[in-house]
Ligand binder design. Structure first.
Ligand code: NAP
Length: 327
């Protein structure tokens, strides 16, 4: 089967052996896969010495075979993959056995993937295949960051820099449906317009003066996954005592923190990452109840996977980038 792999420092399409569904496992024929920033980072983390690994965490498709002992699925079921491996019940932090699909295990940028049945969920019926393919990782991350960790309440004002990010496009929709006011920033005028169309109440230029722009607002919660480029600016506009949730650092990881300002402000800094199976199922219910659709910026064919990775690494997208694997 055809797959997009990282092998000895190179990214390429390679013919790989089709995996076999063993006891408790199912094989999924992938229709669409979704790109995440992690896929762009994985090659650098693996270096030049590692053998072939199929990249990709997100995907949706059809069950093509079933191992012994699996009763909850049938051949032909339309499903999505939960890339949050080994994390089932809600907990304050992921369990020790937690991993993310697509490193160290082979991922979704391929025609067929085999996984334990508990990593598979029914595809929400209101989603098209490309929407289903890009949903799980970002939707789950956003859901946990906003609700479980951020404890967003109706009437809260959420501030979020980097409106073009895949996760941000879920967060805008989730927070609006929960009755929050949503203020975002983007460096791009076109993306600011798209964020407003998606439901954001205000969209500021990332390069504007936020304290000036937001002097009439009370920011209850900040979600900042841009990292070093915006961390301190975001903290500056958060109301004293407010919550600051972070799950990413698209720019750099390290930030300087003025401790005195921080403790006088009595801020709450909260880390989050991915989420449990329980939260994924809650997220699927939430998007079904509210008829929320992922924002798919663009789809590339599997053969164009490298161009898709470059497009994402340049932050050109508004929302998610998909890989079309089979129609
Ligand atoms: N921990 C987890 O489980 C988890 C899960 C998912 C994602 N993440 C992380 O969360 C982050 C967001 O991921 P994503 O895939 O949704 O989005 P992304 O593709 O990393 O986009 C991030 C956004 O950041 C903004 N940005 C980039 N460089 C910037 C700069 N120099 N100054 C200001 N803004 C800048 C851009 O917004 P504009 O173009 O609109 O300005 C861009 O759209 C990533 O770091 C990712 O690794 C973590």
């Amino acid at each position: 089967m055809k797959a997009f792999v990282h092998e000895y420092g190179e990214l390429k399409i390679k013919d790989m052996n089709e995996p076999f569904a063993d006891h408790g496992q199912v094989a999924v024929s992938i229709k669409f896969a979704g790109l995440n920033r992690r896929d762009v980072a994985v090659p650098g983390r693996r270096g030049d010495e590692a053998g072939a690994l199929i990249l990709g965490s997100d995907g949706a498709g059809v069950i093509e075979s079933i191992g012994e002992g699996v009763s909850e699925f049938s051949i032909g079921d339309e499903v999505i993959i939960n890339p949050s491996l080994g994390w089932y019940e809600n907990s304050e932090a992921p369990p020790k056995q937690f991993d993310i699909l697509g490193m160290p295990d082979n991922g979704t940028f391929t025609e067929s993937v085999v996984l334990p049945a508990e990593q598979i969920e029914k595809k929400p019926e209101h989603l098209s295949w490309d929407e289903a393919g890009v949903l799980a990782l970002s939707g789950l991350t956003g859901y946990r960051a906003l609700f479980t960790k951020g404890n967003l309440q109706a009437g809260d004002t959420l501030f979020m820099p980097g409106a073009g990010s895949g996760v941000a496009t879920y967060l805008i929709q989730f927070a609006k449906k929960a009755g929050a006011r949503v203020i975002v920033t983007s460096r791009s005028e076109a993306k600011r317009k798209q964020a407003l169309e998606l439901g954001a109440d205000r969209a500021l230029d990332t390069n504007s003066s936020w304290p000036e722009e937001l002097k009439e607002e009370t920011i209850d919660i900040v979600i900042d996954s841009v990292g070093q480029a915006t961390f301190n600016r975001s903290l500056e506009v958060l109301e004293k005592g407010g919550r600051f949730v972070t799950f990413g650092a698209t720019t750099e990881d390290a930030v300087e923190l003025n401790l005195r300002k921080f403790f006088y402000g009595q801020y709450k800094l909260i880390g989050s990452t991915m989420g449990s199976q329980e939260e994924l199922r809650d997220m699927l219910t939430y998007i079904t109840e509210h008829q929320i659709h992922p924002v798919v910026d663009q789809s590339f064919s599997l053969d164009e996977a490298q161009s898709a990775m470059e497009y994402l690494s340049e932050s050109k997208q508004f929302g998610k980038v998909a890989l079309r694997i089979s129609e």
